[in-house]
Design a protein around this ligand. Structure first.
Ligand code: SAJ
Length: 441
């Protein structure tokens, strides 16, 4: 006898693992997604999620073959669901300074039109504080004609996934669960106990929304601090990595990693979602400045490339720069808010020819990515490392120098050893490190 009927709306890198996990423990799960070929693939027992996700493909195959997970494009299955989890994308429109809730609103409306009395609806998407109470609840009530808290329950349980650890984080991370009332909160905690081994913290829905966005705003500010220190170190002429190592030996210091930029599906938007929740009554200074500092790092990489090319008396126009790493995170294929694509734009505005390389990312209709390293660096005047893929830690510098037209390296992720690069005859630039020219090595 199934533990109950559960729907998951949105079968992405969060929704599919959630659906598979609930199916594995004994729920009868219906996944819903608007993308037809994703639904088809899942019903064939295959995971549409690329990249290295331990155990996910096997789990999807297992629960589809034993019939506990089925995927649909229609919302019909919501009708007899005891639980409905909505986990669709909630990006932020930086121009209009507001969340883009199109997917959330259409999913919520469709769910509202199909839910039965007594259902528990859960929002796992990261949303601005107040969204569950002020947007999701009224929508569900108007579409269903029912009253939240009386006829159905509503909660939010923000996800804490990370590419490469989707299933692991889902099961082991502690989690906040926030209902619109006590009954919703405890029903949601009871549900997640089936799949979460981490601690479940019961709160109200708005507190849960704030916790989620603050935990990422916190990380973004920490990274911005590291980036600002790197820029100071460059201009003072000391090595930020040595500074960071020694600072972090002081008690309760944890300086993060300076780098070529902050990409991904969380950090670039969650600070703005948090700020939006304050409805303009308080405009944050620190977290918005941190966003500006982090968003300026790809441009700083461009400045480093430009200065290095000019130190070799090269005209920028017609120079060739190879960008290593298009994924926003090492050893991942996820290109959301990729700093490399911003760097590419900055360089091309200067008339520089750019080549993208990434061992995990495939070309799309908007950008071409090479997977062959030697092809990507051949005849290059400057190789810029933007993502710390493991492959880039094993570069044969002698071979590289032989393939390049001008021996310039710009390291945005502390992947290379500056002394070795200088010794091998490269001009070397890096975020947070003093300039080294080939001639004075
Ligand atoms: N980055 C730095 N310096 C750092 C850490 C990260 O420049 O010290 C850059 C990364 O290169 C990347 C971006 O920031 O471009 C984001 O990196 P991330 O490690 O935060 O990875 P995300 O974006 O996948 O973050 C997720 C978040 N999880 C959720 O929102 C559910 C975040 O809260 C987690 O802390 C992070 O995973 C994690 O560490 O698991």
């Amino acid at each position: 006898m199934a533990l109950g009927k559960l729907c998951v709306v949105g079968l992405g890198y969060v929704g599919l693992p959630v659906a598979a996990k609930f199916a594995e423990v004994g729920f009868n799960v219906a996944g819903i997604d608007i993308v037809k070929n994703k639904v088809t693939l899942i019903n064939e027992g295959k995971s549409p999620i690329e990249g290295n996700e331990p155990d996910l493909a096997e789990l999807v195959a297992k629960v589809v073959s034993d019939g506990s997970l089925r995927a649909f494009t229609s919302y019909e299955s919501v009708k007899d669901a005891d639980f409905v989890i909505i986990v669709v994308e909630t990006p932020f429109d930086n121009g209009a300074h507001k969340p883009i809730y199109g997917a959330l609103i259409s999913a919520t409306k469709s769910v509202g039109q199909h839910i039965k009395k007594g259902v528990l609806v859960i929002i796992e998407s990261t949303v601005a504080p107040g969204t569950v109470k002020n947007i999701v609840q009224p929508l569900l009530e108007s579409e269903s004609g029912m009253v939240a808290g009386t006829d159905f329950m509503l909660a939010t349980a923000p996800e804490r996934v990370m590419p490469g650890k989707l299933l692991h984080n889902l099961v082991h991370m502690d989690r906040v669960v926030g209902g619109i009332d006590e009954a919703s909160t405890s029903k949601a905690v009871e549900l997640y106990k089936h799949i979460v081994k981490g601690h479940l913290y019961p709160v109200d829905s708005t507190t849960a929304e704030v916790v989620k966005t603050v935990e990422n705003a916190y990380r973004d500010v920490q990274i911005a601090f590291a980036n600002e220190i790197a820029l100071l170190c460059e201009n003072i002429g000391v090595d930020v990595w040595q500074v960071r190592d020694l600072v972090n030996r002081a008690p309760s210091r944890n300086m993060h990693l300076p780098g070529a930029g902050v990409g991904g599906h969380c950090l670039p938007k969650d600070s703005w979602l948090l700020a939006f929740g304050a409805k303009g009554k308080y405009k944050p200074k620190l977290i918005s400045l941190a966003r500006d500092i982090n968003d300026a790092m790809p441009a700083h990489m461009s400045d480093l490339c430009e200065e290095a090319l000019q130190s070799h008396n090269l005209r920028l126009h017609g120079s060739n720069v190879t960008i290593l790493g298009v994924a926003y995170l090492e050893n991942s294929d996820d290109t959301r808010n990729s700093p490399a694509l911003i760097l590419k734009q900055n360089l091309e505005v200067l008339g520089i020819n750019t080549t993208l390389h990434d061992p995990h990312v495939k070309s799309t209709d908007t950008f071409r990515v090479l997977s062959d390293f030697e092809e990507a660096v051949e005849n290059s005047d400057c190789v810029a490392i933007v993502t710390a893929h493991d492959e880039y830690r094993k570069i044969d510098l002698d071979r590289l120098k032989g393939l390049m037209r001008t021996p310039i390296l710009v390291d945005g992720r502390n992947v290379l050893d500056p002394d070795e690069c200088s010794h091998k005859g490269f001009s070397f630039r890096a975020i947070g490190r003093p300039i080294r020219n080939a001639r004075n090595h």
